[in-house]
Design a protein around this ligand. Structure first.
Ligand code: OOG
Ligand code: MG
Length: 262
């Protein structure tokens, strides 16, 4: 529901994102009206603002599907957010650091939804609506000061979603137990797709539940980011490469030119 309160919070987070300036945790201010339900309403209102600026929703993302992420951010349940076309970095493309506040990057697995999902169908198996899988990278950029937020805060902030890149799609198949390597400039981190709810396919089951509860539509063609396989690492200038064993890789260049392209 879009109340004045929801609009006020959406204004604040939208302004933080478009002006690249941090804002304080909403929950820390102690407003008793702010809960998970209101947070998803704020997220929806943020999406509506992006759409009114010409953006198109092209997917959804899960967060906190790995213990490493839950431990890093101090939360204990999954979250879902929205992805738009302007957030997508082409594979091999360039991203400009100056568009973000304090971006971090995460290695992920992406799935592709091949037909609209009827959330009211209680017998539905979401894996019957998925036709492809790919390696992916997500750039997160919390609009909260120093990435400090509560569970409801991060939901309202569209789950810190900022940008993402997806590698080549291959036919949908099991993706558990694959080694994952993310390189950012001189740094790299290794992990396994099994860190994502033991098997990233479980992210699809979790997604269906979340979408039913919060009435978030899943449409043909949507990209689903299953969540990070490792803790996030700071994004810096240079090359970002993520490979998922048996599924290929995805890469982009991070530039830092104020007012430049990217
Ligand atoms: C929230 C987003 C978490 C993931 O893959 O777990 C997320 C955050 O950590 O800022 O995208
Ligand atoms: Mg993520």
């Amino acid at each position: 529901m879009t109340t004045d309160y929801v609009r006020l919070l959406a204004d604040r987070l939208d302004r933080a994102q478009t002006s690249r300036s941090e804002t304080d945790s909403i929950q820390a201010e102690g407003n008793p009206r702010f809960d998970v339900g209101v947070a998803y309403d704020v997220q929806e209102e943020l999406l509506a603002r992006r759409q009114s600026r010409g953006e198109t929703q092209i997917g959804v993302k899960l967060g906190f599907t790995s213990r490493a992420k839950m431990a890093q951010m101090g939360v204990s349940d999954v979250i879902v957010g929205r992805l738009t076309d302007t957030m997508q970095i082409p594979n091999g493309g360039t991203l400009n650091l100056s568009h973000f506040i304090h971006p971090k990057v995460e290695p992920e697995v992406a799935y592709r939804i091949c037909r609209d999902v009827d959330l009211t169908d209680a017998t539905l198996d979401l894996t019957d609506h998925v036709d492809a899988v790919a390696p992916a990278v997500e750039v997160i950029d919390s609009r909260y000061r120093s990435f400090k937020f509560t569970y409801a805060d991060v939901i309202a902030d569209n789950t810190s979603a900022a940008a993402f890149a997806v590698g080549d799609w291959t036919p949908f198949r099991a993706a558990a137990g694959s080694a994952v390597r993310l390189g950012v400039g001189e740094h790299d981190v290794v992990g396994s797709t099994s860190a994502i709810l033991d098997d990233p396919i479980n992210a699809l089951h979790a997604l269906l539940e979340m979408c039913r509860t919060h009435r978030i539509a899943l449409r043909e063609g949507y990209i689903v980011l299953a969540g990070a396989a490792t803790a996030a690492i700071p994004l810096e200038e240079g090359e970002v490469t993520c490979s998922v064993d048996g599924f290929g890789s995805v890469a982009f260049t991070v530039a830092n030119s104020r007012g430049g392209e990217g």
